[in-house]
Write a protein that binds this ligand. Structure first.
Ligand code: SF4
Length: 455
């Protein structure tokens, strides 16, 4: 299904759509307050963008430096060219540890690689320990947001899910009680998890350490209780020095949720005595994106989700309508790099208003890249047939002024005379499906201009 089709399914529930829209706008407003509270916020954005620019320009050197330092710390480093290789490496580490159950903190990379179903197919029990992730895992859904994976659900939905899976009383919807139930359920899983998988927010080249930011402390609990820690990271997560880290941690939480800093910012640099630590560095299309001059700076993304919270299309169409691990404006830039034809409708899921670019803490020119993808998609013959023919017809008509004037006249009269059932018929006029058409003016601009200005 295309983005418009999935979005139509979401917007068919008008009340939920409005609630989703308002909830995310509330988060956006919190972000604004937090950003305005830091006088040097714009300088920080520029600095973060510059640090990432520099790192991407020497990514090969920084990756090798990171690997050398991590190995010197006693960490086992693995390289994965794609999702399959990543999954095979993780499974082999789990098998070598003799483990059959693992706990996992939030990691969009493992979502991208579809690690959970892969491990489950191989007999490994996987428990996501981030509360939002656990909720969507129990419902067998994908996260719908980078930072707020269950933001598409109301407390009543969560209450029903917990009633079915955790045995909470039917109709329980008090967030405090539901959180307590999740805490009890997860605590038990932490205690039996033999291997802990975490994501990586930042990887520091000069020390070989990885930094993981969570609000729930679940990554810390998982890693400290398990014998083996596997940190899975995309190769773009690098920053050169520990001194650079503060720039990003000051931006990340403020941009994501409006907090001054995430509750836990944990540094993992070496395994505890007698234990193992592995880092899996994954490419999975990132090198290809790095080689595209128009799109390479999308690799600066620190996955704060701010572009989603502000996007009028994301807020009203929900994360699942994107059908890609990373939804929203940044997902619409990253997804065509993976499969241009499959995700060809995503760069069109934008008003190009530029609000995403305005809030991005690392200054990615998101709306410009969306516009560039649209051109490439059109050149690659990946537009739906109706749109392709429509655009051809429009360009033919616009190149003929007489025909254009006649078309305007016919449209003005048609809108006035046609019954609504025809002028708003979805098959003939998809634009009017969810919008009112404007009142047709009595005359064209050209006629008005000739009468009013030139006489
Ligand atoms: S593109 Fe920018 S705003 Fe969007 S998630 Fe990435 S860093 Fe945040």
């Amino acid at each position: 299904m295309s983005h418009p089709q999935r979005a139509a399914a979401f917007t068919s529930d008008a009340e939920r759509t409005t609630w989703h829209d308002e909830t995310l706008w509330f988060v956006r407003q919190k972000r604004d307050k937090a950003a305005y509270g830091v006088p040097e916020f714009q300088q920080l954005r520029q600095l973060a963008s510059d640090i990432k620019e520099h790192t991407l320009s020497r990514l090969d050197e920084y990756l090798e430096q990171f690997e050398r330092n991590a190995r010197a710390n006693g960490v086992q480093v693995h390289w994965a060219a794609d999702a399959d290789e990543h999954n095979r490496i993780v499974l082999s580490i789990i098998k070598a540890a003799g483990a059959s159950s693992i706990v996992k903190s939030k990691s969009m990379l493992t979502e991208e690689c579809h690690l959970n179903p892969y491990l489950q197919q191989h007999g490994i029990a996987v428990v996501d320990t981030d509360l939002g992730e656990r909720i969507v895992q129990l419902r067998e859904e994908a996260p719908s947001h980078l930072v707020l994976p269950a933001i598409h659900l109301k407390k009543e939905d969560v209450g029903e899910t917990f009633h079915q899976h955790l045995g909470t009383p039917k109709g329980e919807k008090d967030p405090q009680n539901l959180t307590e139930a999740a805490r009890l359920h997860l605590r038990e899983k932490f205690l039996i998890g033999q291997v802990a998988i975490s994501g990586v927010n930042f990887a520091v080249a000069e020390t070989g350490a990885v930094v993981v930011c969570t609000n729930e402390g679940n990554a810390d609990l998982g890693v400290n209780l398990a014998q083996v820690h596997i940190a899975c990271m995309g190769m773009e997560k690098l920053i050169p020095r520990t001194a650079d880290l503060g720039v990003f941690t000051r931006l990340l939480a403020r941009s994501a949720t409006g907090q001054p800093v995430t509750t836990y910012t944990s540094h993992f640099s070496q395994p505890a005595p007698g234990r193992q630590m592995h880092i899996v560095i994954v490419d999975n299309g990132r090198t290809r994106q790095l080689g595209r001059p128009d799109f390479r700076n999308s690799l600066k993304c620190i996955r704060c989700g701010a572009c989603m919270n502000t996007c009028p299309v994301y807020r009203r169409s929900g994360g699942h309508s994107y059908n890609f691990t990373v939804p929203g404006p940044i997902g619409a830039i990253l997804s065509p790099n993976i499969d241009l034809h499959k995700h060809s409708t995503l760069p069109f899921a934008s008003t190009l208003c530029g609000s995403c670019t305005d809030v991005c803490p690392v200054k990615i020119d998101i709306h410009n890249q969306l516009y560039k993808w649209r051109q490439l998609i059109a050149q690659s013959n990946a537009l739906p047939l109706g749109k392709k023919l429509g655009m051809k017809l429009l360009s033919w008509g616009l190149a003929r002024p007489g025909l254009y004037r006649l078309g305007g006249k016919v449209a003005r009269e048609g809108l006035r005379l046609l019954p609504r059932g025809l002028s708003h018929a979805a098959a003939l006029n998809p634009w009017a499906k969810a919008r009112e058409l404007p009142e047709p003016p009595a005359q064209s601009f050209r006629e008005w201009y000739q009468q009013t200005v030139t006489q």
